[in-house]
Design a protein. Sequence first.
Length: 113
Amino acid sequence: MTQPATARDDNYVLTLEEIGALASEGGKPAETLTNIVALVARRFQTDVCSAYLLEPDRANLVLAATLGLRPQCIGTLRMALHEGLAGLVAEQVRPIFHPSSMDTPSTVNPRSL
């Protein structure tokens, strides 16, 4: 059953407040980002949730935190902006909802990571 729009909106606002609280706690940036990824995964009930950072060359993303992918990939997995759903989000600078991320063009299979 789908949540009513107001309940869904309240969850999004709460999530933003929680992210703000996590960010303001201080600590190591990598640990904070990992905690934010875990929070988002819980809130949106996803099996895989990751955060990528744009590299200084502004042409590539690097995996910075993940829940559901192999932790060894953090800092080593790189994708061009034109690759995968994360690349599409970074290119368009907006959130994108896709019911099955595996159906998007040039998606990297997260199960293989």
